[in-house]
Ligand binder design. Structure first.
Ligand SMILES: NC(=O)c1ccc[n+]([C@@H]2O[C@H](COP(=O)([O-])OP(=O)(O)OC[C@H]3O[C@@H](n4cnc5c(N)ncnc54)[C@H](O)[C@@H]3O)[C@@H](O)[C@H]2O)c1
Length: 366
């Protein structure tokens, strides 16, 4: 199969759809891989790395789209790419269709085969192509939190690890899922005292089993949250209710209970956030302050560390990319139930019902 890797052109997207290692595997399986010139530069991969792995470098994004049977990328196509997509072409990427009616209609009209990373689902019901980005965001949350706790950027002026003779900082993690556990692990590694909360006792039991004793579990409820926000320096929001808006666990009035300079990193911002005062921010302007509490709520945190994120993403997408290239999308999806869940739009037809439901469309509409 001819596989194309275009450069991402969405604002602030520095990741790329495939590493040279991924190209190497595809070429080994007798596929042809076209990579747009400089597509991987911001992720630390250069044209010569791709060439050495066996890729053919093409100058323009138009050439990549026109010469490829399958496009592997990171973000959904944006307006400049719409006309480049060909009928019957496989697009394997994050789409998040339910959040864009325009994109959905364009992809239906293009009659492409759209396979969405975010809905590929394994037997346990987890989303393997989303997990690594949550892992990145959870770990990064502590790195950012430690930075914004510094006084010159209006934080409390606390060193998370403390020093001999001085107690460490305290981190409150809401949610013991992928983000929460990675955040707790990083904070614990720095020597901070960590309280991690969830409503799922299985998750709390797991955390209690695997984490060191300075990571303490507590059941998540308003009473406990109100108690802990008074004494914790850094609060991480990592909750998720599948398919729903994040629950509002920290209400506006609770900010007054926190000490000035407390930092909130609301990772769940992409689902509306679990803090009432959360609003999405960008890497250019990541924080704002309300009632002396520093809020960080960047909606695409992994974009700050593209070298790591690109590799983490390709690690999980490559096995599926290989299947699609080796077998073609129909056989690959027939043989792999996880991959089949990623099928969203096939030649103009929506096959992932939740997309239709998101827009309230009847079957025959559009
Ligand atoms: N901002 C970013 O760049 C970025 C990156 C990756 C993920 N995210 C977001 O981070 C959030 C968490 O993702 P995840 O992969 O860790 O999800 P997950 O499903 O692995 O974990 C979510 C956890 O929240 C818990 N939870 C639900 N209600 C709760 C409550 N009231 N109190 C405490 N815990 C509660 C669940 O039981 C679950 O354990 C999601 O909204 C995800 O989209 C954001």
């Amino acid at each position: 199969m001819k596989v194309g890797i275009p450069k991402e052109i969405k604002n602030n997207e520095s990741r790329v759809g495939m590493t040279p290692g991924g190209v190497f595997e595809l070429v080994k399986n007798n596929h042809i891989v076209y990579v747009q010139s400089n597509a991987g530069e911001s992720s630390g991969f250069f044209n010569k790395d791709y060439q050495q792995a066996g890729a053919i470098i093409l100058d323009s994004i138009a050439e990549v789209y026109s010469m490829s049977e399958m496009i592997v990328k990171v973000k959904e196509p944006i307006a400049e790419e719409y006309d480049l997509i060909q009928e019957g072409q496989i697009l394997f990427t994050y789409f998040h269709f339910a959040s864009s009616e325009v994109l959905t209609k364009v992809m239906m009209k293009a009659k492409a085969i759209c396979i969405a990373y975010e809905t590929v689902e394994d037997e346990e019901g987890t989303l393997p192509l989303l997990t690594p980005m949550s892992e990145v965001a959870g770990r990064l949350a502590i790195q950012q939190g430690a930075k914004y706790l510094e006084k010159p950027v209006k934080g409390r002026g606390v060193l998370l690890g403390g020093v001999p003779g001085v107690a460490p900082g305290k981190v409150l993690v809401l949610g013991a899922g992928v983000v929460g556990i990675q955040a707790a692990k990083m904070a614990a590694g720095l020597g901070a005292h960590v309280t991690i909360m969830d409503i799922n006792m299985k998750r709390l039991r797991y955390v209690n089993d695997v984490m060191p004793p300075h990571v303490v579990t507590e059941f998540s409820n308003e009473y406990n949250i109100r108690k802990h926000i008074k004494t914790h320096d850094l609060i991480i929001g990592g909750v998720l209710l599948k398919g729903a808006k994040a629950p509002n666990l920290i209400k506006r009035d609770m900010l007054k209970e926190m000490r000035p300079g407390t930092v909130i990193i609301d990772v769940a911002v992409d689902q509306g956030g679990c803090v009432e005062t959360t609003r999405p921010t960008t890497h250019e302007d990541p924080v704002y302050i309300i009632d002396d509490v520093v809020h960080y709520s960047v909606a695409n945190m992994p974009g700050a560390v593209p070298c790591t994120s690109t590799m983490a993403l390709t690690n999980v997408t490559l096995p599926y990319t290989l299947k699609l290239a080796n077998l073609g999308w129909e056989v690959a999806c027939e043989k792999d139930a996880s991959l089949k869940k990623g099928l969203s739009i096939i030649s103009g037809q929506i096959v992932y019902e939740e997309i239709r439901e998101a827009f309230g469309w009847e079957k025959e509409v559009v």
